[in-house]
Ligand binder design. Structure first.
Ligand code: DGL
Length: 261
């Protein structure tokens, strides 16, 4: 099976994209709802959590790990790769590749949690691969809570999105990376506010492309993955609100199983 983890429920956007591309593969998802958010925590703490989450998913039988959380992808990947043998996928380099594939996007915007933006990882990867691109980043910390509250269509949410995007609009960006699990849920609103000429890069879609490429190139790994298309969702804390948000993201009834890592 494919193991996917996030700091909470938002990573189900990645799980959903994976389920759509690989409907036959079994998925085990772990949302660390007891310790969410990660976006405000230190690199050391997020890395420790990421190691524990990965260990949990491997114990459930996962053969591949997808780190759905941008914050954990930004800070914990070197430790995960040196600690575990299983292939570890993260959401940042696929999103960078996707942004760079838009040849005309010389000015690229990135939005994410404070920890992701402070890590500077998007700027670093983009400018290493193409020094001619300019990167403009904005932390958008309130968006996670607005999504968790289900405030997708409220005027307040529209206002906050507009305010966060204003500096990026002023920089006349041509592509915008949604560098957080929760932002794909606000994709339409974000696309509307930033303007239709800006290409939106959704990291939940981008990671499925690199996963597909890997499985095409490694048929033995593909053969080793459990089939059946079933998905089990574990969370470290079960509340009605988490169940509601999970349902909103997957657009179906969801059973949350409690697990301590
Ligand atoms: N999953 C986190 C991310 O993608 C957002 C929520 C949090 O701060 O934990 O960065």
């Amino acid at each position: 099976m494919i193991g996917i983890f996030d700091s909470g429920i938002g990573g189900l956007t990645v799980a959903k994209a994976v389920m759509e591309i690989f409907p036959d593969l079994s998925i085990c998802y772990f949302g660390d709802t007891a310790r969410t958010p990660y976006g405000t925590k230190s690199k050391e703490t997020v890395t420790r959590y990421a190691v524990e989450n990965t260990r949990f998913l491997l114990a459930q039988g996962a053969k591949i790990i997808v780190v759905a959380c941008n914050t954990a992808s930004a800070v914990a990947i070197p430790t995960l790769r040196s600690t575990f043998d299983a292939p570890i996928f993260e959401v940042i380099s696929p999103a960078v590749d996707m942004a760079l594939s838009h040849a005309k996007a010389k000015r690229i915007g990135v939005i994410g949690t404070r920890a992701t933006i402070n890590s500077g990882i998007y700027e670093r990867l983009i400018t290493e691969l193409d020094p001619d691109r300019k990167v403009f980043s904005e932390p958008c910390p309130l968006l996670v809570s607005l999504v968790e509250e289900g405030w997708l269509k409220k005027p307040e949410t529209r206002m906050i999105v507009k305010k966060y995007l204003r500096p990026l609009k002023a920089q006349q960006i041509q592509a915008l990376i949604l560098g957080c699990t929760h932002y794909p849920i606000l994709k339409q609103l974000i696309a509307h506010k930033i303007g239709k000429r800006v290409k939106i890069v959704d990291s939940s879609e981008a990671v499925t492309i690199s996963l597909k490429q890997f499985l095409d190139d490694n048929p033995k790994v593909l053969a080793s993955l459990a089939k059946g298309g079933d998905s089990t969702i574990y969370v470290s804390d079960v509340t009605k609100q988490f169940a509601k948000t999970a349902q909103l993201i997957l657009n179906r009834k969801v059973e949350l199983n409690h697990a301590d890592v």
